[in-house]
Design a protein around this ligand. Sequence first.
Ligand SMILES: [Zn+2]
Ligand SMILES: [Zn+2]
Length: 293
Amino acid sequence: MSNDAAGRSGLSFAKFLSEMSPELRARINERRRQVAAEEHKRFREAFKTGQCCFCGDALTSFDQAKPCRHWLLNPAGFGKDHLELLAKQHSWKVLENYLRWVANEDAFAKNINDLADEGTGKLVELTIRYKNIEWSFSCSATDLSGHEGGGEHSRRPHYHFLMYVDGKPFIRYNDFHLPLSAPDIGFLEYTRANPGKVQVRSAPIQLDTIVMAPPGKAIAGEDIYNLIQAAKAEGVTIASKMRNLQGASVQTFVSPGPGVVRQATRSGRKKRRGDRKVRAQDRAWREQQKRER
Ligand SMILES: [Zn+2]
Ligand SMILES: [Zn+2]
């Protein structure tokens, strides 16, 4: 799916989310919860024995021809440029959910911190730790709409990713503008248009989406780009422009991920060295973004 098509489907998805009745949501959640619980069980059983449930290989193995979520565990051979191969196959929410599962194998809920909680104003700002590795995701409204300053990739809906190994930067936020999938765009748009309604931080939500073009039609890509530009020019959310869209229908299942992670309490929490480091990196990052605008 092209990025334009992803954006288009994402908007349809956001519209679908905003119109879904609580009853339907509850029914779908229950159905999805069972499937997700089974997948998590397979993950755990394999992980405990050092195997990856997704590719079937060892967690320490690396095969450039088989991009897999377990690459984020930094197997020998994995280099930062391989991240783009992985990000082409799996968008933010899939990778985040995987890393939440990983972190919870070490210490439930302890290794996940939400920096957006400190009022950075980002849609996504999350740090997850496991042993000697630290991953952070960042997506601002500007990233969601696309911005100048990073070539073609930065003008599409995207997020940024940071990875520390042994306390040293391995991948930096400004190394990549990683593409967001249709469901991720939709989910983030929905979050932006409905502040307070989506507890993405305290309740990881799993999304499975089937996107369908109308019978006999391809999903037109131009519309979404124009729509994003129009929304930016008018300073309104993309979701508010969605009534102008017609076309693709989106069928979506939304459910809380298994092993829901409680948001870490910020007050009185002891600041660890890792936190300070990530916050410093984040401040530098925000300063840089201001300059790019
Ligand atoms: Zn794997
Ligand atoms: Zn960006």
